[in-house]
Design a protein around this ligand. Structure first.
Ligand code: HEC
Length: 170
């Protein structure tokens, strides 16, 4: 009996430990089972974009695999394991320099997860997911999880479904 409870204690310590060390574990999961990659706030930048039609600013980021591919021009196709992120803010102007456009309220974060086997069935080789607002509420329902993403990215199908060209660095 005593040994049994020690085992249970050890087991729960072990699972608490592995939970704390796995950076990809998140409570934020969408209907397709895709999880927000919590580490994205520490990712490096691939590019930026400014949409003048809906007045928003975007930063495009990548995990280490994506950054390595971007820096070495190996982006068509992007390698398995690459995750691209896009963070979107409403735009405002810099109060001390009104001709500078800067990010304001956070709108959403979205991610493309490259796994050519796992996501073969949706025809793109990427998983697609978006989290809305500061609460990071999973986007999508049974009517549309990723169809609208894929439809709007279809013009860049030949570019491995990706719009962004990594920025040039000195
Ligand atoms: C209305 C068209 C449209 C829809 C819908 C759309 N995207 Fe995009 N997406 C774009 C464009 C255009 C870019 C290029 C960067 C920019 O200016 O926003 C982009 C860029 C991205 C990027 C950065 C990599 C790249 O392709 O440049 C990610 C990640 C992304 N989208 C994910 C998604 C996900 C996930 C969804 C669905 C939840 C989605 N997108 C839906 C138009 C769209």
């Amino acid at each position: 009996m005593k040994n049994n409870s020690l085992f249970v204690v050890l087991l729960s310590l072990f699972s608490a430990f592995s939970f704390a060390t796995d950076e990809n574990i998140s409570v934020k999961e969408n209907l397709e089972g895709l999880k927000i990659p919590e580490e994205y706030k520490n990712w490096r930048v691939i590019s930026a974009s400014h949409r003048t039609d809906n007045k928003s600013m975007r930063i495009i980021l990548g995990n280490d695999i994506a950054i390595e591919a971007a820096r070495s021009n190996q982006t068509n196709p992007w390698p398995d394991g690459a995750i691209l992120g896009k963070l979107v803010w409403k735009q405002t102007t810099e109060k001390n320099w009104p001709t500078a456009i800067t990010p304001d309220e956070f709108i959403h974060a979205e991610f493309m997860y490259k796994d050519s086997k796992k996501f073969k069935s949706n025809g793109t080789g990427w998983g697609w997911a978006r989290w809305l607002g500061k609460e990071q509420k999973p986007y999508g329902d049974e009517n549309d999880l990723n169809q609208s993403c894929i439809a709007c990215h279809t013009p860049v199908k030949e570019n491995d479904w990706v719009y962004t060209t990594p920025v040039q660095l000195p």
